[in-house]
Design a protein around this ligand. Structure first.
Ligand code: UDP
Length: 325
């Protein structure tokens, strides 16, 4: 079990990084570096002032003390990234450069100081794969570059390539590929569908379903996802020597976006209607994936982890927490 260890969490005020930092901090020392571009110190509540947490507001790319904090940590957990389909479409170059330069810096310093590194990746790396259920060894299908949505995928694939190169040269590294994590602190500002729909439903505005809503996703509560990450970290040395160190993390229960919209309207008791938005009316860099389901056998085999909650329970919990805040 993880106790009395020291962690450096980049992006630790972000949606996933803050959830994990809060789980680790009662028993461990956590240093967070976050530029608060998409993160928020409120995400660390009620642990913001906890004596085990130290927050440095700075950019991973330029932070002068990054190397010092990496040197002092037992584990480096890299979550800092620019993400969200809307940002990928609207600010592709900034997103790409920020992601790969931050990751390269963190990976290189973790290797230099022989630290265990956990790297955040994404189900986006599979691109427009049409397989029903995605396993870690499936190839990435990245469309032509006029669709800038895919630049986020490219940044995460690049991170993984860099990590595997350093792994061949001795770095102890594990990679998590997250499939549509959801939770209370997820921002609606960058296009993520669940916080966007909940916000629309709670204000009785129409829910903006893209296309006819027949596309599907598998949503995983961030608390469950972070328990998976902790299990991977708990088994670090055993897992880091495997040839494949990338792990799908998510839920297998799939739902169409139309059904998701209806479920959110039902759970919030909203008067909202559904507004179907034609793909031609979205910014030109947008692109859609028909479905995306993780095969979770690999993480189950190596950690025993599997998500237990249902989507309905997760949504109820998120809606309640938003209402009570
Ligand atoms: N989506 C939607 N309306 C929105 C935002 C998203 O219908 O206002 C759809 C989107 O087309 C996709 C799904 O919801 O099919 C998930 O979108 P998100 O951007 O959350 O994640 P990703 O596409 O990366 O899975």
């Amino acid at each position: 079990m993880l106790q009395n260890k020291s962690f450096l969490v980049t992006g630790g005020a972000g949606f996933i990084g803050s959830t994990l930092s809060k789980m680790l901090c009662p028993q461990n020392k956590v240093v967070i570096i976050d530029n608060l571009s998409t993160g928020n110190l409120k995400n660390l509540y009620p642990y913001s002032e906890h004596s085990n947490i130290k927050v440095i507001i700075d950019d991973v790319r330029y932070c002068h003390t990054l190397e010092q904090y990496i040197e002092q940590s037992d584990y480096v957990l890299h979550f800092a990234a620019t993400l969200g389909v809307e940002l990928a479409v609207l600010q592709p170059v900034e997103l790409f450069m920020n992601n790969i330069l931050s990751s390269e810096r963190v990976i290189q310093l973790a290797a230099k100081h022989d630290k265990r590194l956990f790297l955040s990746s994404s189900s986006e790396i599979y691109g427009k794969q049409e397989k029903a259920c995605l396993t870690e060894s499936d190839i990435s299908c990245i469309p032509q570059p006029e669709r800038t949505r895919w630049i986020y995928s490219l940044s995460k694939i690049s991170d993984e390539y860099i990590a595997y190169h350093y792994k061949r040269n001795g770095l102890k590294v594990i990679i998590g590929r997250y499939f549509n994590f959801i939770g209370t602190n997820q921002s609606a500002a960058y296009g993520m569908v669940v916080p966007k729909f909940i916000g629309q439903a709670l204000s009785d505005n129409p829910l903006s379903v893209y296309g006819n809503g027949s596309q599907s996703r598998c949503f995983c509560h961030v608390n469950e996802g972070c328990l998976a990450i902790i299990k991977l970290i708990n088994n670090f040395d055993k897992i880091a020597v495997l040839p494949g160190i990338s792990f799908n993390i998510g839920c297998e229960q799939s739902i169409t976006i139309d059904a998701l919209a209806r479920l959110i309207i039902e759970l919030t008791g909203s008067k909202s209607l559904i507004s179907y938005i034609h793909y031609n009316d979205l910014p030109s860099g947008f692109d859609e994936i028909a479905c995306r389901t993780p095969d979770l056998s690999y993480i189950k085999e190596h950690t025993g982890w599997q998500a237990v909650g249902t989507l309905k329970d997760s949504l109820k919990n998120i809606i309640d927490e938003i209402r009570n805040n």
